[in-house]
Design a protein around this ligand. Sequence first.
Ligand SMILES: Nc1ncnc2c1ncn2[C@@H]1O[C@H](COP(=O)(O)OP(=O)(O)OP(=O)(O)O)[C@@H](O)[C@H]1O
Ligand SMILES: [Mg+2]
Length: 251
Amino acid sequence: MIISIANQKGGVGKTTTTLNLGVALTKLNKKVLMIDMDPQASLTISLGIEPTELKQTIYNALIDETDIKNVILYSDLLYFIPSTIDLSAAELELVSEIGRESKLHDLLENIKDNFDYIIIDCPPSLGLLTVNALVASNAVIVPMSPEYLALRGFGLLQQTIAKVKKLNKSIELMGVLVTMFDGRTSHHKEILTELKNKYPVFESIIKKSVKFPDAVLAGQSIIDFDESFDGAEAYKNLAEEVISWHSKELV
Ligand SMILES: Nc1ncnc2c1ncn2[C@@H]1O[C@H](COP(=O)(O)OP(=O)(O)OP(=O)(O)O)[C@@H](O)[C@H]1O
Ligand SMILES: [Mg+2]
């Protein structure tokens, strides 16, 4: 199954969620491919890869007809398609192409059966790169920090998902993942209650912690960085929730 991690708001934990959900699923013996669809290449950098040193990235598969199989990297049980800043040009280059919204979908058709999960890290925008990710996906996970403006911004993402349904009927909102949660802040608790009343929200809640940026600096997933930390536990629980959502879908 193919999952987009999307939210047009920046810095809400999309890349952190892609990496840690990917690693957590791998530890549950799932075969996972992660795709960096963000020209900022944060996921690529988080995996210890220097984007400027790469010969081939997702850009080449999207624009140059390079076989997508040739842009997949592999290390520590994880399969991965990197990005570079060139990808920002792809957004413009795709505009004039036929089927521009379905390019990624078409590329993944050939390889999706080789993986249990394909997880796509989206950029903080609702442009063609995010639309390509959504058109290719069965489900969307929306990481969200529990702030009033973040909640307001969610409407725009829902409208985009509704539009994508015309091209991809099967897409579903798997859930909102609350990130950077601070239980001491009453505002956060109120927003969490409001979110739960309106949307599917994952039981797993990711608390705010400096361990997350620390893990990035160490070049590790949170699970490898500090397995006993409750943030690592939360991402492992999220992986279990994703698997059980998926198995319900199959019934
Ligand atoms: N639960 C958390 N608590 C504290 N900091 C976090 C948490 N999750 C992520 N971070 C940190 O917040 C920053 C932004 O996270 P991340 O890069 O995952 O967000 P993003 O939504 O992918 O951002 P962008 O929109 O720029 O792609 C990073 O420095 C990351 O290490
Ligand atoms: Mg990111």
